[in-house]
Design a protein around this ligand. Structure first.
Ligand code: AMP
Ligand code: MG
Length: 407
């Protein structure tokens, strides 16, 4: 048996980073950028109005109120046709190019239309009207100046950046339909057990529904991996060998169940016969003790304990870190926060416990309220948890500072 920290170290050491590939922008969220990206043009690409209002010459606002002739109206997306000369202005909408001659925008709230025709919020056919400028924002000009965000050719995203919604928007802004990222791992999920029936079935005597295939699929989706469900293998060497061999064609194979010491727990034996080198098969932790990790070439195999809670705990502590390392993420290890234990907790036995808990903000810190569960099969209790609290064996009084792993 090895310590959980050592197990994570082994997993990360044996896990390769995957190669770079080009993907369409729509598939880039949550991936790590494998190239530096430069702006293909200045951003913004032209001087644009930051307000709905009137493009004016600041010199005309020396005395307020000022009366100006409106020479044209500029919705976003139009190119100005007229120069703004002294004593004139252009009606302008947010995002429209500022016409030459103008050097400031006065917001519409600081203006009032004059008799020759209303200059309301509609922006068509207002030429020849007059407007009263009541106030200005000067010296603020309400213009986003061409290139003020970034200049053409400058790097906007560095290699290694984790892509999120803002970065995706930025990639779109600089014209990237495709982008090079570190490839996401393909992951096969295999549930094992003679007692397992599909979700759609009504379990007969001694049977239960396969929960782990589905909870693991959800975990994989969130982690950003490409999941494939292989279904359920019976507890026979033949069925296991065929399905495990299929799963070994993927970057990662997750096998749930069949890894503890029961008479029908054949997974380690079958993995060995298929050439998987097993690096550990037991961790000093609860739940999750019979967690197995092996490699074959660049492929990984995790044997996860069949109990639904154990499977999820082992996924969070060991599998997701491996997937994120493959995806090139620098933050592969599961994040922790320091929290205050909200209730006295006893950990029996000699294994480190990962206790399901609810985290709540309490002033400057987090309070971790352990959840009563009926053990590692109790998905009812565990489904309320949003974190694990790591506790060594012994009695931990309320108020103890603990390490928590938020999901
Ligand atoms: P095992 O690791 O195969 O010894 O299974 C441990 C416990 O987890 C047994 O009670 C199994 O019935 C249960 N179990 C195994 N696989 C699943 C699964 N896919 N969904 C729900 N429970 C499971
Ligand atoms: Mg089993």
């Amino acid at each position: 048996m090895i310590e959980p920290g050592e197990a994570l170290e082994i997993v990360l050491r044996k896990t390769p980073r995957l190669e770079a590939i080009a993907v369409p922008l729509a598939e880039a969220d949550g991936a790590v950028l494998a190239e530096a990206v430069a702006a293909d043009a200045d951003l913004p690409p032209f001087d644009k109005s930051a307000m709905d209002g009137f493009a004016v010459r600041a010199e005309d606002l020396a005395r307020l109120p000022a009366e100006l002739v409106v020479v044209e109206s500029l919705p976003a997306g139009t190119a100005p046709a007229r120069r703004v000369e002294r004593g004139t202005c252009a009606r302008i909408m947010t995002g429209a190019p500022v016409p030459t001659g103008a050097d400031a925008v006065v917001r519409v709230e600081h203006t009032e239309p004059l008799a020759a025709g209303p200059v309301g919020l509609a922006c068509r056919d207002r030429r020849g009207g007059r407007v009263h400028i009541l106030r200005s924002d000067l010296p603020q000009r309400n213009i986003c100046v061409r290139g003020e965000d970034v200049r053409q050719g400058e790097t906007v995203l560095q290699i290694g950046r984790l892509l999120g919604p803002a970065a995706i928007g930025l990639l779109a802004s600089v014209g990237r339909e495709q982008v090079r990222i570190v490839r996401r791992p393909t992951v096969a999920v295999l549930a094992t057990g003679d007692e397992l029936v599909p979700v759609s079935a009504v379990p007969g005597p001694g049977q239960i529904r396969d929960a782990n295939s589905w909870s693991l699929l959800a975990c994989l989706g969130r982690a950003g991996a490409r999941a494939e469900r292989l279904g359920v293998a019976r507890d026979t060497e033949d069925d296991l060998r065929g399905k495990i061999a299929r799963g070994m064609k993927r970057d990662v194979l997750l096998v749930s169940g069949g890894v503890s010491a029961g008479d029908w727990d054949l997974v380690p034996k079958v993995l060995g016969s298929l050439g998987v080198e097993i690096h550990f098969a037991a961790i000093r932790m609860k739940p999750g003790k019979p967690t197995l990790f092996g490699t074959h070439g660049r492929g990984l195999v995790f044997g996860l304990p069949g109990n639904p809670v154990s499977t999820l705990v082992a996924f969070h502590l060991f599998v997701r870190p491996a997937l994120w390392k493959m995806m090139g993420r620098a933050d592969a290890a599961p994040p922790t926060v320091t929290a205050t234990l909200a209730a006295e907790t006893l950990v029996r036995g000699d294994r480190k416990a990962f206790v399901p808990a609810v985290l709540q903000r309490e002033g400057e810190t987090w309070a971790a309220e352990p959840i009563e569960t009926r053990g590692s099969a109790d998905l009812v209790g565990f489904s309320r948890a949003d974190a694990l609290v790591a506790l060594e064996p012994g009695l931990h009084p309320a108020g103890t500072r603990v390490e928590a792993y938020p999901f």
